[in-house]
Design a protein around this ligand. Sequence first.
Ligand SMILES: Nc1nc2c(ncn2[C@@H]2O[C@H](COP(=O)(O)OP(=O)(O)OP(=O)(O)O)[C@@H](O)[C@H]2O)c(=O)[nH]1
Ligand SMILES: [Mg+2]
Length: 348
Amino acid sequence: MTKVAIIGSEQSGRTSLATKLGKKGNVADITMYDFSKNDIVMTTIDANGYPKSLKSLITALNLSDIALLCIPPEGPDVATGECLVALELLQYKHGMIVLTKADTSYAYAQEELEKKIRKIISGTCMQNWEFINVSTQSFEGLDKLKERILEIDKKVSEENRKLDEKPVRVMVDQSFNVTGIGCVVLGVVTQGTLNAKDKLTAYPTAKPLEVRSIQMHDVDVKSASTGSRVGLALKGIQSKDIERGFVLSERENVAESFTLKSRISPYSAPLAVSNVLHLFVGLQSTPVRLEKIEIDGEAVDMVNPGDECVLYLRGSHEIAFSSPDRFILSNLDAKQRFVGYGFAETDD
Ligand SMILES: Nc1nc2c(ncn2[C@@H]2O[C@H](COP(=O)(O)OP(=O)(O)OP(=O)(O)O)[C@@H](O)[C@H]2O)c(=O)[nH]1
Ligand SMILES: [Mg+2]
């Protein structure tokens, strides 16, 4: 099951590209486009709420395995830079740089643009990503792009098979009530293998539930491996008790305040105690206040771009997390809004 996120700056050609990759589904701050033919099943997510909403960007990336960063012939702007920072903070493994609207540019200009961006991404997790010139007008590059997506997805599947034996976790992105069925949620199996009749808990509220049935692209299945996008009918819980961001699993840590071993992005402004930041983990997010900063075990008032530190953050509502989860920190008032990443101390 192939899951693709389309990101980039305003007017970079994101939605035009998404419409070429699948059939449009419901629209929120992300829009999903579904495609299925023979044994190819693909969901493409347009982060259409970005750049206004950082959450749209993070949600699209966390629900996907392959990122397509759209850059138009005009070249990168602040939002493009912010997308690059997000990918680097998430250590996003797979993706491509899509030079969009190729029909409005020239081969030489596209080559120069590629050179310029290659310089920017050297030394980052994106340094080996392929560049591809695409036009949704002349159709240049579209077949090649689809081919490459499927090639990359083979690697993604291999990686996911290594996670199939882990304890199951499902990241929920939608929850609603279906007459005659009850609570239905949509989401992604982020690790482990989900089986019908599994008894799990919805976090952060810790409400127990049973998986009544599993569907993948409208087909009933008995189990779903890591990376699967699933629809689940749930027993023992109501749709109003689950929302986007919830994690279904056997056990999660739940907290309102966090101690994060962090690294500040080189592209952030310095941080100071009492700053108000915005924290993302999985599809959850919360405002947090920076209560305390430690560098090498010593309390300090400020921390600089590029520094490693321990951040003590106080939030206002409960967040579910486990040891592999990467927290992303942002300052919604800054021009480049991403601040850094961190990992929480967990009980497991
Ligand atoms: N000539 C040409 N125009 C394109 C191409 N792709 C997109 N456009 C045009 O560029 C503009 C922006 O395209 P969208 O696909 O809406 O880009 P977007 O990033 O989704 O834009 P917003 O969501 O509005 O920020 C539209 O007017 C498109 O018609 C292309 O391949 N060639
Ligand atoms: Mg759009």
